[in-house]
Design a protein around this ligand. Structure first.
Ligand code: FMN
Length: 372
C-alpha cells in the first residue's frame, strides 16, 4: 500500500514518538527512574527500614516511610521522629507526612526535609477514623480547596520534590480524583499515586482502576501517575499496566513477607514468564537479614516482637507451620530464633511450594493504624 508523503512523515513522527515514549525515564524532580518503576507503598507498622532494606534488595524503585503525624513530628514525639530514619541504600526515599493543619504540615515538611530524603510525600489517603475525621488523610478530600492550599504551602516551603498519595474521592458521590489530580499538579506536585478506592471503600473490595485510567487519559496531566490497589504479582501488574496506562505501580499488601515481588513484577513485564518462587532457604535467608537489621535498628526484644507478623507472611502456605509459629511467638532472644530458622530449613528442605501450597490467599490481615 502506498502512503503519501505527508502521511509517511506523520508515520515516521508517530514512530519516533513511540520510541521516545518507550525509552522515556520517569522523572520526579531531579530523580530519574527506570521506565515503569515499581514502588513500595508507605505502610504503617510494615514499611520500616528493615523491611524497606529487603524490598530494595529485590528492586523497589522508590520507597516511602510509614506515615508520620505532622503534629507528632513538630512536637518531637519520639515515635514520629524515629520514623524519619532511613539508610543511604534506600534512596530514592520519600518521607510521608499527614495532618489537618496547614501550618503544622509546612513545619513538618521542613523538619522532614532537614534529614535529607529525596521526596516529601503528603498522605491524603488514610481512611482511618481517628485520622480522617479530623480532616487529615482522606478526610481532606471533603475540602478540595484546603487540600490544594495545603499542598501548595508544602510545595512552596520545601526545596525537595513533593508527591501526593490519595484515593479516588471522598465517597460515592464525590469521585473527584480527575479534578483533584489536575489541581495538585497545578500547584506543583511532581508525581501522584492514586489508590483505586474511595475513603469509604474497604480494602476487601477490589480496587477500581477505571478512574486511575481517567487521570492518566487527561491530556493536561504531565507528571507521573502511579496506580495502587491489588497489585499482588506479575500478572496483576501486567494487567493494570496494559489496561490503565499508568507510569508505574505501587505495591502494598502484595509485598507482605514477599520482598521478591519487585523482581517478579519486573521479570514478568519483561519476559511474560514468572520467576521461580523463593524456596525455604531463600525465605529464611531474607527473613534473617530483616531480623538482623531490625535488631540493629530497634534492639533485640522489640525486633523479635515486630518480626512476628512478618514471619507469618514469609512462611504463609507452608503446611504444619503452626507449631513453628507458636515457638516464634514465645522466643524473646535472637540466638534461639536463628536456631529455629535453621530447623525450619531442615523441616521444609526440598518442599515444592508451588505444588503444595494450601493457602492461595496472597493478602493477609496485618492490623494497622492506617488499614481500614
Ligand atoms: C498495614 C497497612 C498500613 C498502611 N499504612 C499506610 C500509610 O502509612 N500511608 C499510606 O499512604 N497508606 C498506607 N496504607 C495503604 C497502602 O499504602 C495502599 O494504598 C493500600 O494497601 C492499597 O494497596 P494494596 O492493594 O497493594 O495493598 C497502608 C496499608 C496497609 C495494609
Amino acid at each position: 500500500m502506498w502512503v503519501s508523503y505527508p502521511e509517511c512523515a506523520k508515520l515516521v513522527f508517530l514512530q519516533a514518538q513511540l520510541l521516545l515514549k518507550k525509552n522515556t525515564v520517569i522523572r520526579i524532580g531531579n530523580i530519574k527512574l527506570e521506565e515503569f518503576p515499581v514502588l513500595l507503598a508507605p505502610m504503617e507498622d510494615v514499611s520500616d527500614p528493615p523491611f524497606r532494606y529487603v524490598c530494595k534488595l529485590f528492586g523497589a524503585d522508590i520507597m516511602y516511610t510509614e506515615f508520620i503525624s505532622s503534629e507528632g513530628l513538630i512536637r518531637d514525639a519520639a515515635k514520629s521522629v524515629k520514623k524519619l530514619d532511613f539508610n543511604e541504600f534506600e534512596r530514592p526515599i520519600g518521607i510521608q507526612i499527614f495532618g489537618h493543619d496547614i501550618d503544622s504540615m509546612v513545619k513538618a515538611a521542613l523538619y522532614a526535609e532537614s534529614v535529607s530524603p529525596d521526596i516529601i510525600d503528603i498522605n491524603f489517603g488514610c481512611p482511618v477514623k481517628k485520622v480522617a475525621s479530623k480532616g487529615a488523610g482522606s478526610g481532606i478530600m471533603n475540602d478540595i480547596p484546603k487540600m490544594v492550599a495545603m499542598t501548595e504551602a508544602v510545595v512552596k516551603a520545601v526545596k525537595l520534590p513533593v508527591t501526593v498519595k490519595t484515593r479516588l474521592g471522598y465517597d460515592e458521590n464525590r469521585k473527584d480524583i480527575v479534578e483533584i489530580a489536575e489541581k495538585l499538579q497545578d500547584v506543583g506536585i511532581q508525581a501522584l499515586t492514586v489508590h483505586g478506592r474511595l475513603r469509604t471503600t474497604r480494602s476487601s473490595v477490589p480496587a477500581d482502576w477505571t478512574l486511575i485510567g481517567k487521570v492518566k487519559e487527561n491530556q493536561r496531566m504531565h507528571i507521573p501517575v502511579f496506580g495502587n490497589g491489588d497489585v499482588i504479582d506479575g500478572p496483576s501488574a501486567k494487567f493494570f499496566k496494559d489496561s490503565f496506562g499508568v507510569d508505574g505501580l505501587m505495591v502494598a499488601r502484595g509485598s507482605y513477607g514477599n520482598p521478591w515481588i519487585f523482581h517478579e513484577i519486573k521479570h514478568y513485564l519483561k519476559t511474560g514468564v514468572l520467576p521461580e518462587k523463593p524456596d525455604i532457604h531463600e525465605r529464611v535467608r531474607i527473613s534473617k537479614i530483616q531480623l538482623e537489621r531490625s535488631i540493629d535498628w530497634k534492639g533485640e526484644r522489640q525486633a523479635l516482637m515486630e518480626m512476628r507478623k512478618h514471619w507469618s507472611d514469609y512462611f504463609k502456605g507452608y503446611p504444619n507451620f503452626k507449631a513453628f509459629r507458636i515457638k516464634m511467638m514465645q522466643i524473646e532472644n535472637a540466638a534461639p530464633m536463628f536456631t529455629l530458622m535453621d530447623e525450619i530449613i531442615g523441616y521444609y528442605d526440598g518442599f515444592d511450594f508451588e505444588k503444595h501450597t494450601t493457602d492461595t490467599d496472597a493478602i493477609s490481615d496485618l492490623p494497622s493504624a492506617c488499614h481500614p
